[in-house]
Design a binder for this molecule. Sequence first.
Ligand SMILES: Cc1cc2nc3c(=O)[nH]c(=O)nc-3n(C[C@H](O)[C@H](O)[C@H](O)COP(=O)(O)OP(=O)(O)OC[C@H]3O[C@@H](n4cnc5c(N)ncnc54)[C@H](O)[C@@H]3O)c2cc1C
Length: 365
Amino acid sequence: MAAKEKYPEPTYLEYGFGELDYDVIKKELCCYCGNCIAFCPKIDREGNRPELIDYDPNCGLCYAYCPRTMFDMPGMAKKVFGRERKVDEVLGIYRKAASARARASVRAQDGGIATALLIQALNSGVIDCAVVTDRDDKWRGVPKVATTAEEIASAAGTKYTITPSVTGVQMAMDQGFKKIGFVGTPCQIQALRKVQLLEEPYAFGQEKIGLLVGLFCMENFEHELLFPHLVEGKFGFKAEEVDKFEVQKGMFRVLSGDKVKEVPLEETDEYAWKGCGPCFDFAAELADVSVGSVGSKAGWSTVLTRTDLGAKVYDSALAAGSIEEATVSEKGLALAGRLAKSKEERFTAKTADLLGRGVPVNIRR
Ligand SMILES: Cc1cc2nc3c(=O)[nH]c(=O)nc-3n(C[C@H](O)[C@H](O)[C@H](O)COP(=O)(O)OP(=O)(O)OC[C@H]3O[C@@H](n4cnc5c(N)ncnc54)[C@H](O)[C@@H]3O)c2cc1C
């Protein structure tokens, strides 16, 4: 007992930015979601990493909110869904799987469902703004607070470049929004669920997160590698001329006007963001509703409605006629499941490799 008093169990609060830097950023575990930057005024962006701009010895918020520190997925699932995932639920817990597409013609990545659901949520008052990831003319991701359907639609399409999109949540809070919708990758959804679910003394803005739309994701890429080496280097496209990126049938494709260039997906590994390796989550398992391309026909999205809120928004979009639904094939769902499984296996191999090099990964699948 005396020893315990002398050496108390460490709490998140005792771990500050120094530990985040040492345990996560320097070990290349950081997924650059932007959560620490969003919720701590003393952390900012420096290149492609969070950087402390003003030291506060009493604060451990960044360590607590980071999805790469002490991440307990079964515990999180229990809080969100009331139970843990069963081993065979490889896409996480969901109540319904479907193929769907938006009726409006938006230049979307797949079926335009991410865009349509955020617009539905905005129009029905579930959210008062949506944090989306737009892009600049060089295809760098730009977090944006969208307050109209047009602004949400203008950010449609996948940017395969790592972006601290969660910083948009801070922008939305600064602008006084109280029911913030967010769309993003699984790590970004994990980060915001951590914000929502941690208890005092970390309760800070959690009630303002209104809706989480998750995207399926195998990995993301580093702009500084993908563009000079592949898009501009190997393919000879200027960034400004690229219309769309897509992954289809194992090929990574870049579309520019009537030209299409592609390489097998494995050949893009060298451009991948290193912090994507220690991630097990393919289907954004903690989102209210998850959307991806795999499993559905071209021009349609695979949709997994997970929570009451996700189902409410999805069903109201169907009822309003802004989206249409088709049955998702068992083959399609099985394919999505195989990708999820392979991401999980990559996570296991990566974390074992890190541990072998003396880097413990404190993430529980
Ligand atoms: C990095 C990345 C990897 C992906 N990998 C896969 C995969 O392996 N398999 C699969 O089936 N699907 C994958 N997806 C999802 C897929 O590309 C589509 O986003 C999804 O099918 C939704 O399509 P949609 O037409 O409904 O979306 P849209 O209506 O076009 O909306 C897309 C939304 O995504 C947001 N967004 C775009 N880029 C980013 C980004 N970099 N970070 C955060 N948010 C962003 C935008 O804000 C926009 O609102 C990936 C997405 C991303 C961002």
